[in-house]
Design a protein around this ligand. Sequence first.
Ligand SMILES: [Zn+2]
Ligand SMILES: [Zn+2]
Length: 211
Amino acid sequence: MFVRTFPTGPLGCNCSIVGDLESKQAIVIDPGGDLPLIERELEAAELQVVAIVHTHTHIDHVGATAPLQRKSGAEAMIHEADRFLYDMLPVQAALLRIDLPEKCEMVGKLNDGFSISLGGFELGVLHTPGHTPGSVCFHCRAGSDSIVFSGDTLFQRSIGRTDLWGGDSALILRSIRERLLTLDDDVPVIPGHGGATSIGAERAHNPFLRR
Ligand SMILES: [Zn+2]
Ligand SMILES: [Zn+2]
């Protein structure tokens, strides 16, 4: 399983490329901006994008989605419960003072349990509402290898804000406890912003998860 993560766009959203080096196919998670950077990373690994998925639909996570979708022909997907956020991108752009990105068709199929298989690995969807109603985490598995992309639900020693549209502070804690902390301690976690962590490190040290 090929994994590459790098910050993109005005708020440093972590974009990740998860690929299968045999079939040369890849999934792009949260293309927040900087399309040329994403394309360079794909080219360097000789990977073709076959799916574009989003941990949620805040504007800083979808900045390069439309041009990447158009150029690759890959399907772009969100959880349907975040549709309203894509419909109100101009409002998000105004509040967060970010340029309004182009739009494309977003397919609302990232339901809990949905999965995409590429060669040797599988990306599975965990619905983890709270940061937004349609927030999801991606659990990627290849044999005994496993990694979680937690979006803005779980950060290194922090959790996502819940004061934006549709946020729910009780729900985000429940999502983290019931869907993420139930995974093994040694599973690496790539959050939507900032550095990487692990399930065990957050279980032990995240101040928002005490009590
Ligand atoms: Zn967000
Ligand atoms: Zn974000």
